[in-house]
Design a protein around this ligand. Structure first.
Ligand SMILES: *Cc1c(COP(=O)(O)O)cnc(C)c1O
Length: 227
């Protein structure tokens, strides 16, 4: 069946099956990237078995959260996060995937400490070294991991990447290598559990190249409703 004519339940089942096949026995977390999608559609996806929802925009997260959209799933922040918005997401989301500076890490740490909680985060790497794109350069990673070590209220759980769209597949192996290299080093408050890469167009290849978390939007939720 053509994916355009499938229900969201059928699309989720198809993607889950493709993930299972590509993963070859490894555990892979599917994160539904829900930007611009309604609270109702998000809730429907969760009822259909989606266990994690990714949001890019803090305002959109707050609105859907207030509407009760996320009941039964965890929320991940996957878009660029400004320091002044940290207070709206720390302690309310399971994973902030898009941390790309020591200043942001410190802001998350102090907010989490104030709430007496520990916030899980991923560090975002600009693996394609694209100018103007968020994420740190690969060589900046050790310094950021060292910066995280004394921060008792954040836990770095791994890495996230959004490789260049036209040539994403060329970056999966280097990204996996970076993940493995840094997993072997031991830093306090760092446990390299997740490598988040792969989206609608390339998730099966990303998984075959070592991703264990994929963020999938359009092939599940349909084209985005930008106004
Ligand atoms: C929108 C988005 C995705 C999903 O993209 P699709 O191509 O629609 O699957 C994944 N990651 C991030 C950070 C996004 O903003």
């Amino acid at each position: 069946m053509d994916i355009e004519s499938m229900t969201i339940e059928q699309r989720i089942a198809l993607v889950q099956e493709n993930i299972r096949r590509a993963a070859d026995g490894r555990a892979v977390t599917l994160v539904g990237a829900a930007k611009t999608k309604s609270a109702e559609l998000v809730a429907r996806a969760i009822r259909a078995g989606m266990t994690a929802i990714g949001e890019n925009y803090v305002q959109e997260f707050r609105e859907k959260d207030a509407a009760g959209a996320y009941k039964g799933a965890e929320v991940h922040i996957i878009g660029h996060l400004q320091t002044n918005k940290v207070k709206y997401v720390v302690g309310k989301t399971a994973l902030i995937q898009s941390v790309d500076s020591a200043a942001l890490l410190a802001a998350i740490n102090s907010r989490a400490a104030a709430l007496d909680t520990v916030q899980d985060v991923l560090l975002e790497v600009n693996i394609g070294r694209e100018p103007g794109k968020t994420g740190i350069a690969p060589e900046e990673l050790p310094a950021l991991l060292e910066a995280a070590a004394p921060m008792a209220s954040v836990r770095v759980r791994g890495l996230m990447a959004i490789p260049p769209a036209e040539s994403s597949r060329a970056y999966f192996a280097p990204m996996y290598q970076l993940f493995v290299d840094n997993r072997q080093k031991k830093y306090d408050n760092v446990s390299m559990d997740f490598l988040s890469m792969g989206m609608s167009e390339d998730y099966e290849d990303a998984i075959r190249q070592g991703a264990n978390m994929v963020r999938i939007g359009s092939i599940i939720f349909g084209p985005r409703n930008y106004v």
